[in-house]
Design a protein around this ligand. Structure first.
Ligand code: C2O
Length: 533
């Protein structure tokens, strides 16, 4: 294994899209930012230098960070922000993972423009467990706003105002062609007969997405840097924070084919029908226009998302076995809710909040991991509830009192204990699917269903053999999904909805995993350049 050095200069850069220009925060002046390449087992050292007027942190989404929580990146959870003019070196080793992940800023909504792909190749000499592709292509999906980040956040925080919908979806930083603007859209160049590994990253801020290529089937082989049983599909469903590797063979007539991404929202609350467009172009063609898609899923095509999710299974081969915890030490039931809390500084004296088990997470002003490591009291409490505070019929009418409890609460578990979390999606206010992300771990998605979770009968149908392994999973509206993981990584690990609007509203919590007793079971000491608050 090798050590790979990167320098991330955070700089402002003017970007022009949809015929208008605005300055955006970027890494090295690029949107999307640079791709990080490593092999499994490599150590990655990224020196982040902050040249902008905003506080910055970078999160290596899905990288397990075994014992190196200081390099995880969420602001005020594992580190204080890198202030303007300051820098910080993220130093971590990639172990037991191979595939595609993403990195992104993890403070306010800056990840809208500060993100990029992480490519983890297998160890030297180790082949993929699927036919070797002729070429690999990275496809980063995003959202574009004409307005600036502050406007987006303040709108999201206003009472009763629907979240600001993006003005366009982007594919590798480009919107589709816009009349009279210079944009032509992204082109994916292929050669007839060759097979391509598409490394698809959803770096969008608030939209779960469908991805389709006209005339071509895709074979999914990996999600969130874990191999899957290969399966063919004409539609990929991918939530913010998720990554999907799929094989595409250029086996159709030489020509051009439309690539489209469109948003999924199972209850249409904000109309967002902007379809992002790119072109798959065979070498040797000038065909015009491209072959169109016969259909794209409707915005509320829940059956399409559910059948895609149901098709995902761990590869579970001898070489890559699924290691699903069978005995559970902590059985948790997390109901996701949306509420309304008093707010003195808000327009109507109240604002929309989101919660887990009726707790709306309040960001601390000191990083939780520092408070934990140095035993600073008063920053968080470890009484996060294992069950809903006020149970109700999650799929029916909302409870009459929508007020939540504010708190900076973590759930504490012993090193190496096993955890099951059943996430219960609800029907409150704007019922929506929540792509829930756990830092520091891969989990197994062992079960899923509609309605209220039934603790007696639903576990009987859990897949404990080859459930998909991932780090981000959509919790269905008025349904539930169950995950399991082994808490083998000491530190503080954030769990949150990866729709930035919901994170902002408080849909987040953290796990505290205590050190174990063995020599390799403790959080490493913080690096000397760790930013202070
Ligand atoms: Cu991709 Cu906590 O984030």
């Amino acid at each position: 294994s090798r050590v790979r050095h990167y320098k991330f200069s955070v700089v402002m850069k003017n970007a022009t899209k949809l015929c208008s220009t605005k300055p955006i925060v970027t890494v090295n002046g690029k949107f999307p930012g640079p791709t990080l390449y490593a092999r499994e087992g490599d150590t990655v050292i990224v020196r982040v230098v902050n040249h902008v007027q905003y506080n910055i942190t970078i999160h290596w989404h899905g990288v397990r960070q075994l014992r190196t929580g200081w390099a995880d990146g969420p602001a005020y959870i594992t580190q204080c922000p890198i202030q303007p003019g300051q820098n910080y070196i993220y130093n971590f080793t990639i172990s037991g993972q191979r595939g595609t992940l993403l990195w992104h800023a993890h403070i306010t909504w800056i990840r809208a423009t500060v993100h990029g792909a992480i490519v983890i190749l297998p160890k030297l000499g180790v082949p993929y467990p699927f036919p070797t592709p002729d070429k690999e292509k990275i496809i980063v999906l995003g959202e574009w706003w004409k307005s600036d980040i502050e406007t987006m956040i303040s709108q999201a925080m206003q009472a009763g105002v629907a979240p600001n919908v993006s003005d366009a979806h982007t594919i590798n930083g480009q919107t589709g062609p816009v009349p009279n603007c210079s944009s032509t859209g992204f082109t994916l160049h292929v050669e007839s007969g060759k097979t391509y590994l598409l490394r698809i990253v959803n770096a969008a801020v608030n939209d779960e997405l469908f991805f389709k290529v006209a005339g071509h089937q895709l074979t999914v082989v990996e999600v969130d840097a874990a191999y899957t049983k290969p399966f063919k599909t004409d539609t990929i469903f991918i939530a913010p924070g998720q990554t999907t590797n799929a094989l595409l063979t250029a086996d159709q007539g030489i020509g051009k084919y439309l690539i489209a991404i469109s948003p999924f929202m199972d209850t249409v609350v904000a109309v967002d029908n902007v379809t992002g467009i790119a072109t798959l172009r065979y070498q040797g063609t000038n065909a015009f226009p491209p072959t169109m898609l016969t259909s794209i899923p409707s915005q509320n095509a829940t059956p399409v998302t559910e059948s895609f999710i149901a098709s995902l299974k761990s590869l579970n081969s001898n070489q890559y076995p699924a290691k699903v915890p069978l005995k559970i030490d902590h059985s948790l039931y997390f109901a996701i809710g949306v509420g309304v809390n008093p707010c003195a500084t808000c327009v109507n004296g109240s604002r929309v909040v989101a919660d887990i088990n009726n707790v709306t997470f309040v960001m601390p002003t000191t990083a939780l991991l520092q408070a934990h490591y140095y035993n600073i009291s008063g920053v968080f409490t470890d009484d996060f509830p294992a069950n809903p505070q006020i149970p109700f019929n999650y799929t029916g009418a909302p409870p009459s009192n929508l007020q939540t409890m504010n708190g900076t609460k973590v759930y504490r578990v012993a090193f190496n204990s096993t955890v099951q979390v059943v996430f219960q999606g609800t029907n409150i206010i704007a019922p929506e699917s929540h792509p829930t992300h756990l830092h520091g771990f891969n989990f197994y998605a062992v079960g899923r269903g509609v309605g209220n979770f039934d603790p007696e009968n639903d576990p009987k149908s859990f897949n404990l053999v080859d459930p998909v392994e991932r780090n981000t999973l959509s919790v269905p509206t008025a349904g539930w999904t169950a995950i399991r993981f082994t808490a083998d990584n000491p530190g503080i690990w954030f769990l949150h909805c990866h729709l930035e609007v919901h994170t902002t509203w408080g849909l987040k919590m953290a796990f505290l995993v205590d050190n174990g007793k063995g020599p390799n079971e403790s959080l490493l000491p913080p690096p000397s350049d760790l930013p202070m608050c």
